[in-house]
Design a protein around this ligand. Structure first.
Ligand SMILES: NC(=O)c1ccc[n+]([C@@H]2O[C@H](COP(=O)([O-])OP(=O)(O)OC[C@H]3O[C@@H](n4cnc5c(N)ncnc54)[C@H](O)[C@@H]3O)[C@@H](O)[C@H]2O)c1
Length: 486
C-alpha cells in the first residue's frame, strides 16, 4: 500500500469532517451550460467510481483552485452515502453514469472505475461534451485504444490519463538530466514494484453489507461475462482478468509511463513476459509474480535500449522499488520523491594487466605491447573522471497528484486538448502493459509498432472484446480462463 493510501485510511474521518464542513458552505447550483470555460470560471467535476482511488482523485482535484465537485456515481450504495458525508450532502449521486453525462452542470468527469469500464465511459463522456480525466491504464485491451483516441480527437475536449507520478518534481528532474545527456546514451532500464502484504496484493476489505441490493452487480459486469453476484469479484476486481489488467496494468503502467515521460520514447517493438501465481492463490486468475522484457528501438530521441520490469507480490526480502535508467556514462535512479544521479565515465585507455591476457604473452611481446600502448594512450587518457553523485529530493510540499489535475484543469481552461498524459501518450504507455498480459497468457512475444500504435501479431481470441459501444457476445472471452502457467 502506498503512503497516500495509508494516510487516507487513517485520516478519513477527520478529512471527511473537514471537507463536509467546507462544501456545505457552497450551495449546489445548476449553472448555465458553458461551452467554453474562461480562466476565471469554476470547473465543475463529477467522479464516476468513488472507490479507493476515486476518493483520492477527487481530493487531489479539489486541492486545485476553482474546482467544485457537483456529482458522484458509484455502484455500491455505501460509497454514495460515504461520498455525501465526505464531500457534502448537496452532491447529486447516482448509480447510472449516463445521468452524470446528461447533466449540463458537469464540465469534466473523473473516470475511476475498474479497468473494463474505462473505454466505454470515456467515449460516452467525450461524446457528451465532457472533459475527461481517466485513470490508468487508459484501456483494458490492446484493441480499444484507437477508439478512445478517435473520440478524443473528434470531441475537441481535454483529456488526461491518471498516472500522476509523472507530474512529480523528481520525474521532471530525471527528464531534465536525461535530456542534458548526464548519463550518456541509455542502454538499459530496470524497474520494479514489489509488495508483501494482503492489502498490497489487492485483497481489499469487503463491506459486510455487500448484497445484490447494495451493489449494482449487472452494471458492474458491463461487457464482462455474466455470472451470479460475487462480492469478492466486485470489491477485489483487480484479481480477475474480466475486469482488471493484472500486475502489468495496475503497476507496470506507472513504471512505463514514467520511463516514457522521462525518455520521450514512443514505446517498445517486442514484449515478452513470464510469471507465475506463486502465493495469493485463493481466488485470483492473474499472476502475482511477473517479469517482462521489452525492446525499445533507436529513435531520434534515444539509442535502442532494453527494459526489464518486475512485480513480486510475495517478496519477503528487501523491497526497494525504484526505476533505474542506465546509460553509458551514468545512472539515474528515481522514485516519486527522490533521485540519485551517478556519473561515471570510462577513461579512453582500456588498460591492461590483472585478469587479462597480457601476462600470457612472452616477455618480448609484452614489451612491444607496452611500447605501442604508451604511444597510443598518453597519461591524460588513462584516468577516469571521479565518480559524481548528485542527490535530488522533491520539496516536501510537492503534490504530484494535485499537479497532475492542475495540468488537466489548466488545459481545460486554455481550451487545449493536449495534456502531459493525453490519450496518445496514455495509449502508448498502456499498450506495452497490455502486451505483457497477452504475452503471458498466450505464451508469445508480442510485436508492436509504437509509431502507428498497431499490434503486428494480434491475439486470435483471448483477451479481446468488441470495441466500446458494441454489444459483447461474451463468447470472445471464453479463452480467458488460464490461471497460471508453469
Ligand atoms: N493512479 C493511481 O495511482 C491509481 C491508484 C489506484 C487505482 N487506480 C485506478 O483507479 C481505478 C479504480 O481503482 P480503485 O482502487 O479505486 O477501485 P475500487 O474498487 O476501490 O473502486 C472502483 C469503484 O468503481 C465503481 N464502479 C464500477 N463500475 C462502475 C460503473 N460502471 N459506473 C460507476 N461506478 C462504477 C465501484 O462501485 C467501485 O466503488 C482503476 O482503474 C485503477 O487502476 C489508479
Amino acid at each position: 500500500m502506498n503512503s497516500n493510501r495509508r494516510d487516507f485510511i487513517k485520516g478519513v474521518t477527520a478529512a471527511s469532517a473537514l471537507i463536509a464542513t467546507q462544501s456545505v458552505a457552497k450551495p449546489f447550483n445548476i449553472i448555465r451550460d458553458l461551452k467554453k470555460i474562461s480562466p476565471n470560471d469554476k470547473i465543475r467535476i463529477a467522479t464516476i467510481g468513488m472507490g479507493i482511488q476515486g476518493n483520492y482523485d477527487t481530493q487531489a482535484a479539489l486541492r486545485n483552485p476553482d474546482v467544485e465537485l457537483v456529482a458522484v456515481c458509484d455502484l455500491y450504495s455505501g460509497r454514495l452515502e460515504h461520498a455525501r458525508t465526505a464531500f457534502g450532502q448537496q452532491l447529486f449521486t447516482t448509480r447510472d453514469y449516463r445521468e452524470i453525462l446528461a447533466r449540463p452542470d458537469v464540465d469534466a468527469v473523473l473516470i475511476v472505475t475498474p479497468d473494463h469500464w474505462h473505454d466505454h465511459i470515456t467515449i460516452a463522456a467525450l461524446k457528451a461534451g465532457k472533459h475527461v480525466y481517466c485513470e490508468k491504464p487508459m484501456v483494458q485491451h490492446l484493441n480499444e485504444g484507437k477508439a478512445v483516441i478517435d473520440a478524443w480527437r473528434k470531441s475537441g475536449k481535454t483529456m488526461q490519463v491518471g498516472s500522476q507520478r509523472i507530474s512529480s518534481a523528481s520525474f521532471k528532474e530525471a527528464k531534465r538530466m536525461i535530456a542534458a545527456g548526464d548519463i550518456g546514451q541509455i542502454n538499459y532500464i530496470e524497474s520494479n514494484n514489489d509488495r508483501f502484504n494482503a492489502i498490497g496484493a489487492w485483497n481489499y476489505s469487503v463491506p459486510p453489507d455487500a448484497s445484490p441490493q447494495t451493489v449494482d452487480w449487472d452494471r458492474f459486469l458491463g461487457d464482462a461475462p455474466k455470472r451470479p453476484f460475487d462480492p469478492i469479484r466486485f470489491f477485489r476486481w483487480r484479481n480477475f482478468r474480466d475486469y482488471g489488467t493484472g500486475v502489468a496494468g495496475d503497476l507496470f503502467i506507472h513504471l512505463i509511463t514514467g520511463v516514457h515521460f522521462v525518455t520521450n520514447t514512443l514505446g517498445p517493438t517486442r514484449v515478452y513476459s513470464s510469471g507465475n501465481l506463486a502465493y495469493w492463490k485463493e481466488h485470483r486468475d492473474v499472476p502475482d509474480v511477473m517479469t517482462s522484457i521489452m525492446d525499445y528501438p533507436k529513435t531520434d530521441q534515444h539509442e535502442a535500449f532494453q527494459m526489464v520490469l518486475r512485480v513480486n507480490f510475495a517478496n519477503a526480502g528487501k523491497i526497494s522499488n525504484v526505476t533505474r535508467i542506465i546509460g553509458n556514462e551514468g545512472t539515474v535512479e528515481f522514485s516519486e520523491n527522490n533521485l540519485i544521479l551517478t556519473k561515471k565515465k570510462l577513461p579512453i585507455a582500456p588498460g591492461y594487466g590483472n585478469y587479462d591476457s597480457f601476462f600470457t604473452f612472452t616477455e618480448d611481446v609484452q614489451k612491444k605491447f607496452v611500447e605501442e600502448y604508451d604511444a597510443k594512450y598518453p597519461a591524460e587518457t588513462r584516468t577516469a573522471e571521479p565518480v559524481k553523485e548528485i542527490k535530488f529530493e522533491a520539496p516536501k510540499d510537492d503534490d504530484a497528484h494535485a499537479k497532475h489535475f492542475g495540468d488537466f484543469f489548466a488545459n481545460v481552461r486554455a481550451g487545449s486538448q493536449g495534456t502531459v498524459e493525453d490519450p496518445v501518450f496514455g495509449f502508448r504507455a498502456a499498450a506495452p502493459v497490455l502486451a505483457c498480459n497477452e504475452s503471458y497468457f498466450e505464451n508469445k512475444v508480442v510485436h508492436w509498432d509504437p509509431v502507428t500504435m498497431t499490434q503486428k501479431n494480434p491475439a486470435v481470441s483471448s483477451g479481446k472484446k468488441p470495441a466500446a459501444g458494441k454489444k459483447s457476445s461474451g463468447s470472445l472471452k471464453k479463452g480467458n480462463t488460464v490461471a497460471t502457467k508453469s
